[in-house]
Ligand binder design. Structure first.
Ligand code: SAM
Length: 278
């Protein structure tokens, strides 16, 4: 699909791209091919596509895979796609909000996702035991945080959470000119693969939920010493669980130096959340 084709279909469907829904459609065939090659797809793959839009990526994926589930929130695009892929039996177009639906079984997520809900999408799909492989077009700023380098300003909540469940293996910066309309933000194509072994603390829903709350509560204070960050976090809870003295004692007992939070690796932070959970 090139720019003219996308513009023409949008005109026929009387659709003005909706900024809130992140409607920036792919118009560069080379990028579609790049996504396909990043995805290393095979005839055994069951793909989840979030936000298929006009189907620029979908129409290529459908040629190579066992099944695609494509979830689209915009009813006009959903109807267009439902008609477009009427004669294919390996695709199901689903109308709805990816964040609200129960997701069908899938082995890979391949998507140019709605950029404004990247965090919630990552949380729903990847922050769990045995996540799928992901090939995602996301905001470059978020990719920088996922592919953080040690002690950098990019180290943040999303760095810790993502790296707890998956290994970010490759990334590529993508020109904004590859989309219509041209997005305001820069974009990156990233590939995430499940960790061969995730920390045993992150096997259960309850402990995962605790870990995610814990990291969300402390990472805004990443430039503080860990005891201060933890103290702020526990103070803010309705029922305070640990005093500052207890925090210091627990850290010492478990041989954690009271250094800046950003100097702890994701795995150390998982272990620390486990200590405070129990
Ligand atoms: N995949 C298409 C492409 O590459 O040309 C469109 C990508 S566009 C960046 C994001 C798409 O996600 C839009 O079609 C938009 O309507 C859809 N979308 C936005 N929010 C959604 C949600 N919560 N659930 C499902 N689809 C959503």
């Amino acid at each position: 699909m090139d720019k003219r084709e996308v513009q023409l279909i949008l005109k026929q469907l009387k659709i003005n791209p909706n900024k809130k829904l992140g409607q920036n459609f792919l118009i560069d065939k080379n990028i579609v091919n790049k996504i396909i090659s990043f995805s290393e797809i095979s005839k055994n793959d069951v793909i989840l596509e979030i936000g298929p839009g006009l189907g620029a990526l979908t129409e290529e994926l459908v040629k190579y895979v066992k099944k695609i589930y494509a979830i689209e929130i915009d009813y006009r695009l959903f109807s267009y796609l439902d008609e477009k892929f009427r004669n294919f039996d390996n695709i199901e177009i689903i109308y709805g909000n990816v964040l609200e639906l129960e997701l069908p079984f899938h082995t890979k997520v391949v998507s140019n996702i709605p950029y404004s809900i990247t965090g919630p999408i990552l949380e729903k799909i990847f922050f769990k035991n045995k996540p799928p492989i992901g090939v995602l077009m996301i905001e470059k700023n978020i990719a920088d945080r996922i592919f953080f380098s040690e002690n950098s300003k990019n180290y943040s909540r999303i760095s810790v959470n993502t790296n707890a469940f998956v290994n970010p293996v490759s990334r590529s910066t993508i020109s904004r000119m590859s989309f219509y309309p041209i997005p305001k933000i820069s974009l990156s194509l990233i590939k995430l693969v499940p960790k061969t072994e995730i920390n045993s603390f992150l096997m259960e829903k309850d402990s995962i939920a605790y870990f995610l709350r814990f990291i969300a509560g402390i990472m805004p204070y990443k430039n503080k010493n860990i005891s201060n960050a933890l103290d702020i976090y526990f103070k803010a809870l309705t029922k305070r669980k640990y005093t500052k003295e207890e925090i210091l004692m627990i850290l010492q007992k478990n041989n954690y130096e009271n250094k800046k939070l950003l100097n702890f690796t994701p795995n150390e932070l998982i272990e620390i959340s486990k200590v405070f959970y129990s």
